[in-house]
Design a protein around this ligand. Structure first.
Ligand SMILES: CC(C)(COP(=O)(O)OP(=O)(O)OC[C@H]1O[C@@H](n2cnc3c(N)ncnc32)[C@H](O)[C@@H]1OP(=O)(O)O)[C@@H](O)C(=O)NCCC(=O)NCCS
Length: 261
C-alpha cells in the first residue's frame, strides 16, 4: 500500500499551522513539524517562495509519514529521514526511512509526497506545465522512439511534460534522479489495467504503465501511474511494482492527528 498526499503549498502550510499550534497564516507550524536539517534546506533556497515551497514539501512528507507509522505530529520533526547523497555524502540525496520508502516533489504551488513499504521503492514527481519548453528539451528528455509522436502546440508541451514527469518519478524511485538522462528511457504508451486488482477506495483511475525501454539498468522493471491533482500540472507516482494506493486529503491528515481539532 502506498500512501499519497497531493496538495497545495498554501493548504499544507495552513494544516501545519493547525497541527503545529501556530498562529494561522504565520507559517510557523511547518517549521515546528520539520527537523533542523529541513529548516536549513528550506532556508538555503534563494527566493522566499522557493523556501516556503520546500518547507511545505518537507512538512507534508513528515505529516504523511507520521500518519503512516502512527505517531502524533508532535513527533513528526523527530522522525528519522536520512538524505545522505550517495555521490558526495551531503544531506541532499534521496530521502530514506528505515523499513519504508518515501519520496517528495514540489512544483509551482504544488506538493506531492508518498510513503510505501521499503520494497515498493516509491518515487514521485509533480511538474507544472509551462507555456513553452526550453530549446533542446526533446533531445534531453525524450527517448528517440518518442520524438516523432509528440503533437505540436500546447498539447505537445503538456505531453512532453507528462513524459518528463513519468521518467523523473521513475528515476527518483531508484535514487538516481536526473543523474540519468530521461532520454535513456521510455515509458509504455499503453496502460495496464488490472496490473493490480482494484480495491474499494484504494486506487486512482490512472492505470500503471511499465518502463518499456531503458538503458538505465536500475530503472528496468519499474512502473508509473498518473494521479489526479490540480490540472495545471502532471502528478506521477512510480514504484517497483503496481501497488494499491491510498490517497490522503489534508482533512484526512487532520483527522489522523486529533491534536489539530
Ligand atoms: C532528484 C531531482 C531530480 C529533483 O529535482 P527537482 O525536480 O528540482 O525537485 P523535486 O521537487 O521533484 O524533488 C525534490 C526532492 O527530490 C528528493 N531527492 C533528491 N535527490 C534525490 C535522488 N537522488 N533520488 C530520489 N529523490 C531525490 C528530495 O527529497 C527532494 O526534496 P527537497 O526539495 O525537499 O529537498 C534532482 O535534485 C536530482 O537529479 N538530484 C540528483 C543529482 C545528484 O545526485 N547530483 C550529485 C550531487 S553531489
Amino acid at each position: 500500500m502506498i500512501d499519497v498526499l497531493a496538495a497545495s503549498v498554501d493548504d499544507v502550510h495552513a494544516l501545519a499551522d493547525r497541527l503545529g499550534h501556530a498562529v494561522p497564516g504565520s507559517g510557523l507550524g511547518a517549521e515546528r513539524l520539520v527537523s533542523d536539517r529541513d529548516r536549513v534546506a528550506a532556508g538555503a533556497r534563494l527566493r522566499a517562495e522557493d523556501s516556503r515551497r520546500t518547507l511545505a514539501g518537507r512538512a507534508a512528507l513528515r505529516m504523511l509519514l507520521a500518519a503512516r507509522v502512527g505517531v502524533p505530529t508532535s513527533d513528526a520533526a523527530a522522525l528519522a529521514i536520512d538524505r545522505t547523497c550517495t555521490q558526495c555524502g551531503e544531506q541532499h540525496g534521496q530521502p530514506r526511512v528505515d523499513g519504508l520508502s518515501v519520496s517528495s516533489s514540489t512544483s509551482g504551488t504544488h506538493v506531492l509526497v508518498a510513503v510505501g513499504d521499503a520494497d515498493a521503492r516509491v518515487g514521485v514527481d509533480v511538474e507544472v506545465v509551462p507555456e513553452e519548453l526550453w530549446t533542446g528539451f526533446d533531445a534531453y528528455a525524450l527517448h528517440p522512439d518518442e520524438r516523432g509522436s509528440m503533437p505540436d502546440g500546447a498539447d505537445g508541451v503538456s505531453q512532453r511534460i507528462r513524459a518528463w514527469a513519468q521518467k523523473e518519478a521513475v528515476l527518483k524511485s531508484v535514487g538516481l534522479g536526473l543523474r540519468a538522462a530521461p532520454a535513456r528511457l521510455r515509458i509504455s504508451a499503453v496502460e495496464t489495467p488490472g496490473a493490480w486488482p482494484s480495491g474499494a477506495g484504494m486506487l486512482d483511475p490512472g492505470a500503471w504503465r511499465p518502463v518499456a525501454t531503458t538503458e538505465v539498468r536500475d530503472a528496468a522493471g519499474s512502473w508509473v501511474t498518473s494521479l489526479d491533482g490540480a490540472d495545471d500540472a502532471w502528478w506521477m507516482l512510480a514504484a517497483a511494482t503496481p501497488q494499491p494506493i491510498r490517497r490522503w486529503t489534508l482533512d484526512d491528515l487532520a483527522a489522523a492527528h486529533p491534536s489539530a481539532a
